[in-house]
Design a protein around this ligand. Structure first.
Ligand SMILES: [Zn+2]
Ligand SMILES: [Zn+2]
Length: 263
């Protein structure tokens, strides 16, 4: 067995790690949605479902480390741990000092305002700066890299994210969505496309994807690697790979909690 050595270039290489490949339904195998991204010298999160902050400890990440959080939508399975994260950042020693940038769909600021009202301001930052940004069809230039967003097809305002890193690699994340042209456009030629694949083909639910739709998005966008996540427990009666291979024979990863996606 060879010992693995990491060169400096590999160490700085962007990487996404699936923190939770599940949904809001309790599962011993899959926790709620969150993706950790280490890139551009920053620690970023895409969604923070319940339990994210504690689960991140297994990746060596805690509340003092997080630079940016990108929310797709404000359903609890995707955003409930915003409360735990802001609570820790305000109240726990050692105190957080660096700014936190939080992005989300229309309604993010109202959501934050309401959380503060409900919790009697025990989430309001004291020792660091919190920047909230609402996005729709947007493009942000963040130094040497960029973020693009587009509206998805879900029951509440939802945006998908396209992260274009300075090394030329592209990561796209749908959050929750049904099939729509916007996700195809957002995912154009992406290196890694993370799509929700909530249900098997015959249990399709409006506003969510099934394997044939994920395959269609992957084929139409020309993504290099398709990553499927957000599996409801209904999937446990199926062979997910077999179901997906009926529609797609390209690069495919079925997410588990802790799946690493090099970029
Ligand atoms: Zn949702
Ligand atoms: Zn969801």
């Amino acid at each position: 067995m060879s010992t693995q050595t990491t060169t400096p270039a590999e160490k700085d290489r962007p990487e996404a790690i699936i923190i939770g490949s599940g949904t809001g339904v309790p599962s011993k195998r899959r926790v709620c949605p969150a993706i950790l991204v280490r890139a551009e010298g920053e620690i970023m999160l895409l969604d923070t479902g319940p339990g994210t902050l504690a689960t991140l400890l297994h990746q060596g990440v805690t509340y003092t480390d997080i630079d940016r959080i990108f929310y797709t939508h404000m359903h609890p399975d995707h955003c409930a741990d915003m409360t735990s994260i802001l609570f820790a950042m305000r109240n726990v020693e050692p105190r957080r000092t660096k700014p936190l940038h939080v992005y989300g769909p229309q309604g993010l600021k109202g959501f934050y305002h309401d959380l503060n009202r409900v919790y009697g301001n025990c989430l309001t930052p004291k020792t660091y700066e919190l920047n909230l940004t609402e996005l729709r069809e947007d493009e942000l230039s963040l130094g040497g890299w960029r973020v693009k967003t587009s509206a998805m097809n879900h029951m509440v305002p939802t945006i998908g994210y396209r992260l274009e890193f300075s090394n030329g690699k592209v990561l796209v994340y749908s959050g929750d969505t049904g099939y729509c042209e916007n996700i195809v456009g957002l995912a154009r030629d992406a290196d890694v496309l993370v799509l929700e694949c909530s249900f098997p083909e015959d249990l399709r639910v409006e506003g969510h994807l099934v394997p044939s739709m994920c395959a269609r998005i992957a084929l139409e966008s020309g993504c290099k690697t398709l990553v499927l996540s957000h599996f409801y427990p209904q999937w446990e009666a199926y062979d997910i790979l077999e179901e997906c291979r009926k529609f797609y024979d390209g690069g495919l990863v079925l997410a588990e909690d802790s799946t690493k996606l090099p970029l």
